[in-house]
Design a protein around this ligand. Structure first.
Ligand code: NAP
Length: 267
């Protein structure tokens, strides 16, 4: 990974908090030029200042993934400033904490808009530039819940499974164009994800789940993500022993695992 990010233009969504903020922190130490995206401008300015980024080497690009039709025109602003886009890390997203029978269709729609359509809208917008320059690195931050259905997250899991289908097909279409795609599946990482998770009625849960509180440090997660992108890994799982055990059980003993999952707490 040594010097891989030096002077590379890296676009990070969800840069105002958690994993995205930690990615910015790592990258600012490695001499990357950064595009910081999320909805909250004041938080992005805080992240920019705390990491001693300047207007020379960083650009704040406010975007709302839910309002994904507006994303199409943003890459040309990045090209105007930096001349190129090298790496896109589609990290912004929201989770869910509600049983399917308590969840409105509107909440499912919001999860799909933010986590899937918003995510792929940015990728589709930058794709022509990457194809033209015949190189580029795209990463999408999925979840262990994108590898196995997890209770209280029917909508969230669906959005993350959808991303896998999209990016695996995109990877096969664009390998010949020099575009590398890295799908990342984190387990429990210590961030605000559970506080921001949607309840069935669409309101925020506003609570830190114990599993998240005891999760992997977001800096460690960020370092692993950046290493995997630089090494052109296609897939990376960043998880503790509990989630790893869950993935193995789900694969080898699916019926037993369903019974276990229906009884244990997954928060
Ligand atoms: N933490 C975990 O345990 C965990 C596990 C697996 C996967 N992940 C994935 O990791 C990614 C980052 O989550 P995190 O853990 O860092 O959570 P977080 O601390 O809640 O950060 C979420 C980020 O996404 C942005 N975001 C949310 N809705 C948005 C919207 N409509 N438009 C634009 N940006 C939006 C937020 O920025 P604004 O609010 O400023 O818009 C924030 O920067 C997510 O995709 C999540 O699914 C997390």
């Amino acid at each position: 990974m040594k010097n891989f990010y030096q002077n590379k233009v890296v676009w990070v969504t969800g840069a105002s908090s958690g994993i995205g903020e930690s990615i910015v922190k790592e990258l600012s130490n490695q001499g990357a030029k950064l595009v910081l995206s999320a909805r909250r401008k004041e938080e992005l300015i805080r992240v920019q200042k705390e990491n001693l980024l300047t207007d020379e080497n960083s650009l704040i690009m406010i975007l709302d993934l839910e309002d994904y039709s507006k994303i199409k025109n943003l890459p040309k602003l990045v090209i105007k400033k930096f001349g190129t886009i090298d790496v896109v890390i589609n990290n912004g997203g929201i989770s869910q904490r509600s049983y399917a029978h308590d969840t409105s269709l509107n909440t499912y729609e919001k999860l799909m808009k933010v986590n899937f359509f918003g995510n792929i809208a940015l990728t589709l917008a930058v794709l022509p530039y990457l194809q033209k320059q015949r190189k580029g690195w795209i990463s999408s931050i999925s979840s262990v819940a994108g590898k196995m259905g997890v209770p209280l997250r029917t909508g969230y899991s669906a959005t993350k499974f959808a991303l896998t289908g999209f990016y695996e097909a995109l990877r096969a279409e664009n390998d010949k164009n020099g575009i590398k795609i890295c799908l990342v599946y984190p387990g429990f990482i210590r961030t605000n994800i559970s506080k921001n998770a949607l309840l069935g009625d669409g309101n925020r849960q506003n609570k830190l789940d114990p599993a998240i509180q005891n999760g992997i440090d977001s800096r460690e997660c960020a370092r692993k993500i950046l290493k995997a992108i630089a090494n052109e890994k296609q897939e990376l799982i960043i998880a503790g022993s509990r989630e790893k055990l869950g993935l193995s059980f789900n694969k080898f003993f699916p019926r037993l695992f369903t019974k276990i999952l229906s009884k244990v707490s997954v928060t």
